[in-house]
Design a protein around this ligand. Structure first.
Ligand code: BES
Ligand code: MN
Ligand code: ZN
Length: 502
């Protein structure tokens, strides 16, 4: 897809489709008034008919009249007071998804209404629109089946109609396209099934991505993991015929500090299938647990995206990849296993496997010199019950590290809610035989998942639980069912904060 920036009026750029974003109640004055006149009053007629109400992601197709397009698509961004970066991106994704099965090769988007809702920043509007269009084009139905008619149109050209500095708008759009492509790479990998993507296949995919982006990669097999002492990682992986792989990727040099003095590590849970192990899950919706590798897919993509935007930026990614299966070799409830950091862990529930593999991955990231860590994991179902599937729950310590993450999230247009690490509950995970149990009572289990991970880090650390936000169970106007790509952009922004300026 080419991106072309046109400086001018929204009725000047020719394309198959013209997208007219409407933020708040439509007012038919100025440019929107002129667009209405040129369509022969289509917009005002739609508004009088009851369309074009400020309902977020509502769409209406109209005839073009004299406009140089085959059709015009109005997309609502909802109430003006609520408009933000996330809505800007999703609005653009909605536009493309509204066009499934339509003959559209080129799409023009009038940026001004989006920019107006973002404090007048047209380059930012271009970034979010380009990112939204790229992300909106992702359709998991086409991963295995070519013969599906479900895909949004593959555009030859995206035309961005800008008022101001075309160079800045083009640079913004390029950044947005790269971030969107990274999110889609994570989503594509995440959606693939467990019979297709074993830990070894995930490692092979990571190697291909590393080679394509000039990243260093190390894949630790079960023999080396045993030598290193990754007891938690191995305990989870031992139940499957598909052996575990610890995937380590790096941009920049070993231990190298970024412009903020950090050696940042992104750690992602890579459970290619989570059956629960011996503490087996119920059959209902177990098929969703092929999605339990989203965290790993996200950090593998995020380091590649960061390297595209800032080549050589010091950054580490660690993705423990396993299959959590029952069987004759599987770890049992009551097994006591030594972690890489020396702690003895009493495995009470083999379905609380994410925190086990992440525990060793956090320790290993620190052994490789990480000074700051963020992990991403489909760690609990409880997080979805607590905060739902739009906002990601997170834990962090110390406070300034959460503030840095929140700043990156604001730039990325993603939403997080900080959850408390209530230390009092640690005693409920005291183990009779070892140092710590991997679960306690169900009360406060979400807090305990964070507290458990906290035991495996000594540097500033944040944990993002995407158990609710990582994948959708049903379609949305702006996204299909399946992996959402959530946290990818936040991780990229957090890393890029450490890129040298200029
Ligand atoms: N991968 C699951 C969490 C999950 C479940 C994410 C459903 C998304 C949708 C995780 O490994 C798990 O099984 N967690 C348990 C923890 C419990 C055993 C303490 C859970 O959430 O029930
Ligand atoms: Mn589990
Ligand atoms: Zn899991």
């Amino acid at each position: 897809m080419q991106i072309r920036v046109v400086t001018g009026q929204p009725w000047e750029a020719a394309a198959d489709l013209l997208v007219v974003p409407i933020v708040g109640e439509p007012v038919f004055a100025g440019e929107l008034g002129e667009l209405d006149r040129r369509t022969g009053g289509e917009f005002s007629a739609l508004a009088a008919f009851g369309e074009l109400r400020p309902k977020r992601y509502g769409t209406a197709l109209a005839a073009p009249g004299e406009l140089p397009a085959k059709r015009v698509l109005a997309v609502s961004g909802g109430a003006a007071e609520e408009f933000d970066r996330e809505i800007a991106r999703k609005l653009a994704a909605t536009a493309l998804r509204r066009l499934v099965n339509r003959e559209v090769r080129s799409m023009a988007v009038w940026l001004a209404p989006v920019a107006a809702g973002l404090g007048g920043d047209e380059a930012l509007a271009a970034e979010l629109v380009a990112r939204g269009v790229v992300e909106g084009g992702f359709e998991p139905k086409t991963i295995y089946r070519a013969d599906t008619d479900a895909a949004p149109p593959a555009l030859d050209e995206l035309v961005l109609i800008a008022a101001g500095d075309a160079g800045a708008v083009a640079r913004g759009a390029d950044r947005g396209r790269i971030i969107g492509e990274g999110a889609n790479m994570a989503r594509r990998l995440s959606n693939r099934s467990a019979n297709d993507v074993s830990p070894q296949v995930l490692a092979d995919e990571a190697r291909a991505i590393a080679e394509a982006h000039g990243l260093w990669i190390d894949v630790i097999d079960e023999k080396r993991a045993a030598e290193l002492g990754m007891g938690l990682f191995l305990a989870v992986g031992q139940g499957s015929d598909n052996p575990p792989r610890m995937i380590v990727m790096r941009s920049g040099e070993a231990g190298e500090k970024d412009a903020l003095g950090r050696h940042l590590a992104l750690v992602g849970k890579g459970v290619c299938f989570d059956s629960g192990g011996i503490s087996i899950k119920p059959a209902d919706r177990m098929e969703e647990m092929k999605m339990d590798k989203i965290g790993a897919c996200t950090v593998i993509s995020a380091i590649a995206t960061a390297a595209r935007l800032a080549p050589g930026l010091p950054l580490l990614a660690v993705a423990p990849a396993v299959e959590n299966m029952p069987g004759g070799h599987a770890c049992r409830p009551g097994d006591i296993v030594k972690a890489l950091n020396g702690k003895w862990v009493d495995i009470i529930n083999t379905d609380a496997e994410g925190r086990l593999i992440l525990g060793d991955a956090l320790t290993y990231a620190e052994q490789l010199g990480a000074t700051h860590i963020v992990d991403v994991a489909t760690l609990t179902g409880a997080v979805a019950r607590a905060v739902g599937n739009i906002v990601t729950g997170g834990f962090a310590t110390p406070d300034p590290w959460w503030d840095d993450l929140a700043a990156a999230a604001a730039r990325a247009g993603e939403r997080y809610w900080r959850l408390p690490l209530i230390a009092d509950h640690m005693s409920e995970m005291d183990s009779w035989y070892g140092d710590i149990q991997n679960t306690g009572s169900p009360d406060g289990s979400l807090v305990k998942s964070g507290l458990f991970l906290e035991q495996f880090r000594t540097v500033p650390w944040a944990h993002l639980d995407i158990g609710g936000t990582g994948y959708f169970r049903k379609v949305n106007p702006y996204a299909p069912r399946g992996a959402t790509g959530v946290t990818h952009a936040t991780l990229v922004e957090l890393a890029l904060a450490g890129a040298a300026q200029g």
